[in-house]
Design a protein around this ligand. Structure first.
Ligand code: OAD
Length: 247
């Protein structure tokens, strides 16, 4: 893979860089992507039927068991070279915003700060009735309840059909509009409204870069489609742009 010189120049001169990541950035950490996640015990379930409020009200134990399994997978994983390259990029750019659809916490574990989490996080749960946030994850296999009101707790993630956290979405929209360079990395660009962010950046004049081994619905619109795994392309891009960069 050769990184285009024009992109390197844009990046060196950029005042504002925004990055949107999806499950693909964690693939090289061994975390299966959302659409490939169903293995073993869970192979017969469609994730779109587990990650919904309806599924939770129908069978909260099943949904908790599934999230506990996903959390176990992610807690065994470590950040990869792609996550680490973004930490270093943030140090090089005057204004850097990292927006993720992932709930795995790997950006934060790599050292990224102020990550905008569009789809929530497996680091927290919340009251299913009052929306009170509970830091940490309930222990044990049973159904956890809210310490305040006794209602069921749920993972603090966004399910299909639910609104994204308004503050996070607004911050992401603002970063997309203001960006000089916008990256869309490891996302199938299918799930609205995150999938609109690269288009919003394009409309506002950003140079848009996609990093993905596969084509997506966005590929033909972006300025620089870089075809390959994020864990290889991001470190290369970092070193080509800032030769003294760590790691
Ligand atoms: P997907 O599982 O839909 O897509 C993962 C993308 O990563 C695909 O386009 C892959 O080609 C790409 N990919 C795989 N390996 C990669 C690698 N090593 N480097 C770079 N890219 C790679 O995941 P998302 O786009 O994140 O939402 O899915 C978006 C949302 O869909 C999820 O957050 C989830 C789901 O609905 C909710 O749960 C609300």
């Amino acid at each position: 893979m050769i990184i285009p010189t024009e992109l390197i120049n844009h990046l060196r001169q950029a005042g504002r860089v925004a990055v949107l990541t999806g499950a693909g950035i964690s693939a090289e950490s061994g975390v299966p992507t959302f659409r490939d996640a169903q293995t073993g015990l869970w192979a017969r379930y469609d994730p779109q039927e587990l990650a919904t409020p309806q599924a939770f009200y129908r069978n909260p134990q099943l949904v908790w068991d599934w999230y506990r399994w996903r959390r176990e997978l992610t807690s065994q994983a470590a950040p990869n070279a792609g996550h680490l390259a973004l930490v270093e990029m943030a140090r090089r750019v005057p204004h850097f915003t990292l927006i993720t659809q992932n709930v795995d916490g790997l950006h934060q574990r790599a050292g990224s700060q102020e990550v905008i989490e569009l789809h929530g996080s497996l680091a927290r749960s919340r009251c299913a009735v009052e929306d009170v946030l509970i830091e940490g994850w309930p222990a044990g296999p049973g159904l956890p309840t809210c310490p305040r009101c006794g209602s069921l707790l749920r993972p603090d993630v966004v399910w299909f059909g639910e609104a994204l956290p308004a503050g996070a979405l607004k911050a992401a929209n603002n970063a997309a509009r203001a960006a000089d360079v916008f990256f869309t990395i490891g996302t199938s660009a299918l799930v609205y409204p995150a999938s609109e962010l690269p288009l919003e950046a394009l409309e506002h004049g950003a140079t848009v870069v996609e990093i993905n081994p596969e084509r997506t619905p966005l590929t033909r619109y972006v300025n620089f489609p870089l075809t390959g795994p994020a864990g290889e392309i991001l470190p290369l891009l970092l070193h080509e742009t800032w030769p003294d960069a760590q790691p």
